[in-house]
Design a protein around this ligand. Structure first.
Ligand code: DAH
Length: 357
């Protein structure tokens, strides 16, 4: 309730005494919470608060009265100020402590493990193959997926009427003299066109063929092509390099077999088998009961290929090879169906966790 502003000393002293006892009753030092404390502060110290009004009302009194009563009112106001500040600090501290306790985090709890990505088994197999050759001094080269007939066929001595050019094997780009490369041998040609011999390169990458998809065939798969060109390089070097590679990939006791074969871009050509490491050698489904598993194609670079890129076949010679990445991955991991690699089934892919190390 609003008090009349006192105009006499007696009225002022009475109002002062009332405020003082009301203040004592309010018991600021034990005020329960911040809103209540603010209520008390406004009641006494606000713009129209009781003490504020008392101080203002001093102007109605005589100079003498002001001199004696003024300090009294000021002292009361100052002490209330101090009490309010002190109590506010206490209440705020208590509030902070309570909310800290309420929102406390147990830092010793183990965190949730975020799902971890891993490299695809085909990626790790491709890296494994290419890295062994890098260790043997080969550099890593890549080429485009979209190619022309020259790089995919003619520069590789694959004549126009060769069955590999049949549209059933090759994806052609409609209305353009372009195709999706059917093998990584295209990169051999590109590397030879753009650099001078001697050369020692591996060319890993994706290739495309119009294949009926089944457990051992896919329309998209991966190869690692290899090429070595130097003076006086021949079949013995090919054997040495590939034997060293296979022993690194499959173990030092791996036995190899070089069978005569035919590729237009190599002469002589060979297919390389390893002694079956599942049976071993006595015959099982993995080696089709032959005791041997075919692992790659290779050969001495045909002089026609060297001439096609402007290398002098009288001076330079070399060997090349092509390895199917899916085939190696299936053998290394005992995977029966090539399509598993492309199904993106995490239950299948999660098995290859250890490949990350
Ligand atoms: N380009 C062959 C293919 O895709 C693989 C190949 C065989 C590559 C013999 C070579 C090689 O470089 O010498 O089947």
């Amino acid at each position: 309730m609003k008090r009349e502003a006192p105009t006499s000393r007696a009225a002022w002293e009475q109002a002062y005494a009332q405020s003082e006892s009301a203040l004592r009753a309010a018991d600021v030092e034990r005020c329960a919470d911040l809103p209540k404390l603010e209520e008390v502060r406004v009641r006494f110290l606000g713009r129209k608060g009781e003490l504020t009004e008392l101080l203002k009302a001093l102007k109605n009194l005589s100079l003498d009265d002001r001199r004696t009563l003024g300090p009294l009112a000021q002292a009361l106001k100052d002490s209330l100020d101090r009490q309010v500040s002190a109590r506010r600090a206490e209440l705020e501290d208590a509030y902070d402590a309570a909310s800290l306790q309420k929102d406390a985090i147990d830092l010793t709890l183990p965190s949730l493990r975020p799902p971890r990505g891993r490299l695809h088994p085909l990626t790790t197999t491709l890296h494994e193959i290419a890295c062994i050759f890098q260790f043997m001094g080969y550099s890593w080269e890549e080429g485009p997926f979209i190619e022309d007939e020259r790089h995919n066929f003619s520069a590789l001595n694959i004549p126009d009427d060769h069955p590999a050019r049949d549209s059933h094997d090759t994806f052609y780009l409609q209305g353009l003299p372009l195709l999706l490369r059917t093998h990584t041998s295209t990169v051999q040609v590109r590397v030879m066109e753009s650099s001078k011999p001697p050369l020692r390169v591996v060319c890993p990458g994706r290739v495309f063929r119009h294949e009926q998809i089944d457990a051992t065939h896919s329309a998209v798969f991966h190869q690692v092509e290899g090429l070595v060109i130097d003076e006086g390089v021949g079949f013995a070097d090919l054997k040495g390099h590939l034997q060293a590679f296979l022993q690194k990939l499959l173990g030092p006791s791996t036995q190899t077999r070089f069978r005569p074969s035919y590729f237009p871009f190599t002469e002589p050509s060979t297919e390389v088998d390893v002694k079956c490491f599942f049976c071993p050698g006595s015959g099982c489904p993995a080696c089709k009961r032959t005791g041997w598993i075919e692992i790659l194609g290779a050969g001495v670079v045909n002089p026609a290929v060297l001439s096609a890129v402007g290398y002098d076949p009288e001076k330079w010679s070399g060997f090349a090879f092509g390895i199917g990445v899916e085939r190696v991955a299936m053998l290394l991991h005992g995977v029966q169906d090539l399509r598993d690699f492309y199904s993106n089934d995490l239950r299948f892919l999660a098995q290859f966790d250890e490949d990350l190390v």
